[in-house]
Design a protein around this ligand. Structure first.
Ligand SMILES: C[S@@+](CC[C@H](N)C(=O)[O-])C[C@H]1O[C@@H](n2cnc3c(N)ncnc32)[C@H](O)[C@@H]1O
Length: 328
């Protein structure tokens, strides 16, 4: 899955500047505290991101990864709705605004954007970083608590990125229902874990019940063919590692792979992929094994061999998350 390099680089340098004022040890300590907080008792009653040091650490450590994951989800969505461009965007639980960067990367131009979050320091920092992106000139950064009282103004696109995992079940349901009531299209991204997948499927079911059509990653709006507990649908986005990453996590690889689950759905007609590659393709001598989720609501393994000529060459280039067969 490819992402605009320039937006990623602009984001990276804006985030790098943020850390300039923060001693490396302090930044690493803030990241470690946040990792522990996220591992602990979420959902919480109060924001985990409490002050600027927390938020700068969160942004520098996690925002490049959530940005790349949301870009991947939005690109798959855009492929399924090629005639559509969001005229407005609301990012709920938007934090420092990773999804606003992703939307402005996938669809050119600027649009009115609203970012809602209960953590004021995250919104303040998001506004600061967004100044580096000319497409994010028209963003309202507003404090709001997700819960049964959440009311969203009508908008074309709602994004919910890495937020459901911080909410109790009734608040997750209230958020998805509010998004479905306000938006023409909803894109939800969660960590690519079995729990993240389960929350994504719960949201997917609610969107379908609200009359939405699934545009991606699924080739259909019927039930997911994965037998619960046996597997989970997730994808992978490559993220360049920053020096802060290397400091906190060690290791020397210049990148890491962010695993994510997602669903993208719309009220209007969509053209989902005929099938999607749901695992990393296995390249063997003279053949490629592709695990596919298909329109017929089933998972299959297809073997593409040299005998298939052009299709074989395409299979060798196919990536986890791509549509199959490739669009020529
Ligand atoms: C893991 S961060 C994700 C931020 C951003 N969407 C991204 O993808 O980078 C989760 C965000 O959800 C916000 N959040 C969690 N619970 C919330 C609630 N009940 N009301 C409003 N915001 C909430 C947090 O403050 C935080 O900014």
């Amino acid at each position: 899955m490819n992402v605009s390099v320039s937006a990623a680089e602009t984001l990276r340098s804006a985030l790098g500047e943020l850390l300039d004022g923060l001693p490396p040890r302090q930044a690493a300590a803030a990241v470690e505290r946040l990792i522990a907080a996220y591992r602990g008792s979420t959902p919480t009653d109060a924001p985990i991101l409490r002050d600027r040091a927390d938020v700068a650490a969160y942004a520098a450590y996690r925002m490049p990864a959530t940005f790349e994951a949301v870009c991947s989800a939005l690109e798959a969505f855009a492929d399924a709705v090629p005639q559509w461009t969001p005229g407005s965007h609301t990012d709920v639980g938007g934090g420092t605004g990773a999804a606003t960067w992703a939307v402005s990367t996938v669809w050119d131009g600027s649009r009115p954007v609203t970012v809602l979050d209960w953590a004021e320091p995250a919104l303040a920092l998001g506004r600061e970083i967004a100044a580096a992106n000319p497409a994010l000139g028209d963003v309202r950064w507003r404090r709001a608590r997700i819960g049964s009282a959440l009311a969203l103004d009508p908008t074309d696109l709602v994004t919910v990125s890495y937020v459901l995992n911080e909410l109790a079940a009734p608040d997750r349901a209230a958020l998805v229902d509010a998004a479905a009531g306000a938006a023409q299209a909803v894109v939800i991204v969660e960590p690519g874990t079995p729990d993240g997948y389960a929350r994504m499927i719960e949201a997917r079911d609610r969107l379908i019940a609200a009359g939405f059509h699934i545009a991606a990653p699924c080739p259909h709006s019927a039930g997911c063919p994965i037998v619960p507990g046996t597997d989970w649908c997730h994808f992978s986005a490559r993220v360049s590692r920053s020096s802060l990453h290397r400091q906190v996590k060690g290791g020397s690889l210049p990148y890491e792979d962010e695993k994510f689950s997602y669903v993208a759905a719309a009220r209007f007609p969509v053209s989902p992929a005929p099938s999607r590659v749901v695992r990393r393709p296995q390249i063997r001598k003279g053949q490629v094994l592709l695990d596919l989720c298909e329109t017929e609501e089933r998972l299959t393994r297809t073997t593409v061999t040299k005998k298939h000529g052009e299709l074989y060459r395409a299979a060798r280039d196919a990536d986890w998350g791509d549509t199959w067969p490739p669009v020529s």
